[in-house]
Design a protein around this ligand. Structure first.
Ligand SMILES: [Zn+2]
Length: 78
């Protein structure tokens, strides 16, 4: 599995790329609030200091993860 640490204004995050073949269920992306259907490549992230606490993990579309700092909650389009 490919995993890396990213640091941003919201702290340090572990980011793991999930290939489509390894994605076996649907997830809801917190960035756009749309489903990530099974079989779709995406990323899973969790706080870097918290490895192993599964409930902190979030599944994102990669573009949504990369754009998360640019989103304004009050300007959601969905
Ligand atoms: Zn998304």
């Amino acid at each position: 599995m490919l995993s890396r640490t990213e640091s941003g204004p919201d702290g340090e995050w572990q980011v793991r790329q999930v290939p489509g073949a390894s994605s076996v269920k649907d997830y809801r992306c917190p960035g756009c609030d749309q489903l990530i259907p099974a079989g779709t490549p995406h990323v899973v992230t969790w706080p870097a200091g918290d490895y192993g606490s599964v409930e902190e993990r979030r599944h994102w579309h990669l573009p949504c993860w990369n754009a998360r700092h640019r989103r304004r909650p009050e300007r959601r389009r969905w």
